[in-house]
Design a protein around this ligand. Structure first.
Ligand SMILES: Cc1cc2nc3c(=O)[nH]c(=O)nc-3n(C[C@H](O)[C@H](O)[C@H](O)COP(=O)(O)O)c2cc1C
Length: 378
């Protein structure tokens, strides 16, 4: 029987050939200095773009929208002309194979180090409390402390929303089919959303309505810039890294989902867990609630992510839990993941040692099972 995962799906203006999407994956291989996307990245994404064996939609890695949005070494940006030209290499290569690609728009907030900030300044956030998380700031990729943040002033917030909108417009000029707003994993927008991290005074902090004000300002500005049908939004209601805390994720994220749905966004994408063996049991209620709120308010598709096996993903879409599933690590080591799902495997294991930084090794040298799907080597 034809797998539901292999059926086409429409999400806003994205007409995807299948429901096996590629989750955003930071790989820190941008050219330095300048955080510029390059030919190696174009090859990596093109390898995963075939409409039959590749991803329904490739969600390209988290990409800072402004100089203060950076928090990790060698991540590509989307705020300079050189970066835009670099991304054009990527989108041209993906489109030449018939693929679809959207760009994840990122501001790390307090998860940064002054070494990566303009004038070695403090990272900015809705709190001056430091994050206990680590980052990496040079080509040693050694773990470094994050720096104590400076709390944002209210008058700075519209400018950051403009940075997101400008970056979205730049992404579309660079050839992307859409953008995904990174509201997950306790970066800037998530720091505003969760009551444990947002220490702003009203109207930007306090009540749920106030905490959603900045993320919704950003989403509205991005939707105005490129059209809501080309915009997705990623959340991680139950993730707990980087000191994530929210006293009521069910209510918080259902409210956010409802408001994003009312904007007519193309899709809502959730990291449900990073490890299904330790899954938070609240997923069973929190996720259906936010997906329902998003869809009923007028939003497009719900995209699930988080340590799914292909079989679990098939059950999720066949059972109506989600409209598509985004895979992360499996796409790293299986450039033809959809082709392999079509044949029930086998799947190649990924090497965690080559996740961040470096060159072709562990990046463009995983082979497809089906030779026809191979990208000709240049
Ligand atoms: C190497 C690596 C880089 C990642 N980079 C990002 C990123 O740029 N943006 C993001 O939202 N999530 C990022 N994630 C999280 C993944 O998108 C995904 O949520 C997570 O890996 C769980 O899904 P999986 O089990 O299918 O890989 C990253 C994960 C890994 C392993």
């Amino acid at each position: 029987m034809m797998k539901k995962l292999l059926e086409p799906i429409r999400a806003g203006e994205l007409n995807a050939p299948n429901r096996v999407w590629m989750a955003p994956l930071t790989r820190s291989r941008a050219s330095m200095p300048g955080n510029i996307p390059n030919a190696l990245m174009a090859e990596h994404y093109a390898q995963r773009a075939d409409p039959r064996s590749g991803a329904g939609v490739i969600i390209a890695e988290a990409t800072p929208v402004s100089p203060t949005g950076h928090g990790y070494y060698a991540t590509p940006g989307v705020h300079t002309d050189a970066q835009e030209a670099g991304w054009k290499l990527v989108t041209d290569a993906v489109h030449a194979r018939g693929g679809l690609i959207v760009l994840q728009l990122w501001h790390v907030g307090r998860v940064s180090n002054s070494a990566l900030q303009p004038n070695n300044g403090a990272p900015v956030a809705p709190t001056d409390e430091p994050s206990r998380s680590k980052t990496y700031i040079d080509d040693s990729f050694a773990r470094a402390e994050t720096s104590p943040p400076r709390q944002l002033r209210p008058e700075e917030l519209p400018g950051i929303a403009e940075d997101f909108a400008g970056a979205a417009a730049r992404a579309v000029r660079a050839g992307f089919d859409g953008v995904e707003i990174h509201g997950a994993n306790t970066y800037l927008l998530d720091q505003f959303t969760r009551d444990g991290m947002n220490k702003m005074a009203p109207p930007w902090g306090g009540s749920l309505e106030n905490r959603l004000r900045f993320p919704l300002l950003v989403a509205g500005a991005v939707a105005d810039a490129v059209g809501p049908g080309r915009v997705g939004y990623r959340v991680s209601p139950l993730s707990e890294h980087h000191d994530a805390v929210d006293s009521d994720p069910g209510a918080t994220f259902a409210a956010l989902g409802e408001r994003l749905g009312a904007m007519g966004l193309a899709y809502l994408h959730a990291v449900e867990t990073w490890d299904r063996s330790k899954i938070d049991p609240r997923v069973e209620t929190v996720i259906p609630r936010l997906a329902k709120a998003f869809r009923e308010a007028g939003g497009g598709a719900y995209i699930a992510n988080g340590d799914y096996t292909p079989d679990q993903a098939e059950r999720a879409v066949a059972g109506g839990w989600s409209d598509a599933v985004a895979f992360g690590k499996l796409w790293i080591s299986n450039p033809d993941l959809t082709g392999r799902i079509r044949r029930d495997g086998p799947y190649t294991e990924w090497d965690t040692g080559t996740f961040y930084g470096g060159g072709a090794e562990g990046y463009t040298d995983y082979h497809p099972l089906d030779e026809e799907a191979a990208v000709p080597r240049s």
